[in-house]
Design a binder for this molecule. Structure first.
Ligand SMILES: Cc1ncc(COP(=O)(O)O)c(C=O)c1O
Length: 444
């Protein structure tokens, strides 16, 4: 009976659901019917460790009872409301978010997800420049190794391949950020990488013309591109360049924010304060779709008397707002962000480094908190990335052993919920170990 439900879910999915970023024929996706904490299961009860946090968003874990109860209570009181209203839950959600942000941030603009948060942050930055008399600043600088969302402007700000079929707007220029393992700058130390990447960025700013640039848009820790933890001084150096040339600094915390790095915001580890912060995913762990922009006081003031030409029907939806309040309160009272930090330091980091010593397929492991990548190479000397055949094989081995993986390009991202336990990490490390061994037996 329960197997029938799994079969029906697969059949309906194959026949009627059009999926993101995929050729549609031949998709065979895992059925997920339920979950708790860092574990999910299908209708038949086959259990899997969710080391993808779905799409790196279920920070608080599956089915947190306080968040589920808050959504249920809100649905019973008022399930929806228009944006041009004052709503208690919306105000409380904004207050809770601002409570984790640095001083100097006063407002939150709510969106439906991460991409439209980025869209609106760019819009705010451009208009802020124009309002202070700096007309002609519309260019947005972002890195090639980035993902900022799939809507119009956000997708062309994206650095990876998804930009190309969507590229129609002017006003976006890309540069290389730091990535020591595959340095574009012939650097051999993190300090060199940081210094040279900053020199490169300054030359791009000068060559484009500083008076044409509205914003630098960066993921504090680039996620989809490979968990590229910034080297010492880099983000603070970008802040200094933004100040020198009158550019708005937007830090995209959609994936890295709300606990993933073991801090409320990833940038809080890097001695930098941006002008705008984008968020989504971890703010309520995706229980209801939501995102937004946290706005610093000077930029908020730009729109005190000037109309902000942007908006969404569901901006500050009450179900999303109630889930944010409950999620952030539970994360605070249960020490969930601290758990992410501790598990990263004590279990994931040491476990992955130990695997890297023994497995020739691993070129590098890197990360912090519950935000890690295993970079797989065909040859450790040349660092040639493995092909999709190897990644496909590894995914099968991992899934077969009860771990839901996140594979991106030549990497496996190790990104469990922030509530993951040391025992679950140990179980996962053993599964990565066995799966790598099995694939390596055929390769080396
Ligand atoms: C850093 C970053 N920005 C923006 C987005 C887009 O968010 P969404 O898929 O909610 O539109 C993502 C999604 O993964 C992301 O990782």
């Amino acid at each position: 009976m329960t197997e029938d439900l799994d079969a029906l879910a697969k059949q309906l999915d194959r026949e009627h659901v059009f999926h993101s970023w995929s050729a549609q024929a031949g998709l065979d996706l895992p059925v997920i019917a339920g979950g708790e904490g860092a574990v999910v299961w299908d209708h038949a009860g086959h259990r899997m460790l969710d080391f993808a946090s779905q799409l790196v968003n279920v920070n608080i874990g599956h089915q947190h009872p306080a968040v589920v109860a808050a959504i249920r209570a809100q649905a019973e009181q008022l399930a929806t409301i228009g944006p041009a209203t004052a709503n208690l839950q919306r105000g409380q959600a904004a207050q809770r978010i601002l409570g984790r942000a640095p001083t100097g941030f006063s407002k939150v603009f709510f969106t439906n997800g991460g991409a439209d948060a980025v869209e609106n942050a760019i819009r705010m930055a451009r208009l802020h420049c124009a309002e202070r008399g700096d007309t002609g600043r519309d260019t947005v600088l972002s890195t090639y190794r980035s993902y900022h969302g799939n809507t119009g402007a956000a997708i062309v700000a994206t650095g990876d391949w998804r930009r190309m079929p969507n590229q129609y707007a002017r006003g976006h220029v890309h540069f290389f950020g730091p990535y020591l393992y595959r340095s574009e700058f012939w650097a051999t130390t993190p300090e060199e990488e940081s210094e040279r990447a900053l020199h490169h960025l300054e030359r791009v700013i000068q060559s484009e013309g500083p008076s044409t640039i509205a914003a630098i848009l960066l993921e504090s820790v680039p996620g989809t591109a490979g968990i590229l933890v910034p080297p010492p001084g880099y983000l603070a150096g970008v802040r200094a360049l933004a100040d020198r040339y009158g550019i708005v600094l937007i830090l995209d915390e959609v994936m890295a924010g709300f606990g993933r790095t073991g801090r409320w915001f990833a940038f809080q580890g890097y001695d930098v304060v941006p002008d705008l912060i984008t968020f989504a995913k971890g703010v309520n762990s995706g229980y209801v779709p939501v995102g937004g922009v946290i706005v610093s006081e000077p930029i908020a003031a730009t729109f005190d008397d000037r109309v902000f030409p942007g908006g969404l029907t569901y901006s500050g939806h009450p179900l999303a707002a109630a889930s944010i309040v409950a999620a952030l309160d539970a994360m605070e009272s249960e020490g969930i962000v601290d758990n992410a930090r501790r598990v990263g330091e004590e279990a994931i980091g040491p476990g992955l480094r130990e695997l890297a010593e023994r497995h020739p397929l691993i070129g590098e492991v890197r990360g912090e908190g519950v935000f890690w990548a295993i970079e797989l190479v065909a040859d450790r000397g040349t660092r040639e990335p493995v092909g999709s055949d190897v990644i496909g094989r590894l995914k099968k081995e991992l899934t077969g052993r009860g771990l839901l993986p996140l594979a991106v390009d030549n990497r496996i991202h190790v990104v469990p919920p922030c509530v993951v336990t040391g025992a679950q990490v140990a179980e996962a490390i053993a599964i990565y170990d066995e799966s790598l061994t099995s694939v390596e037996e055929d390769l080396f």
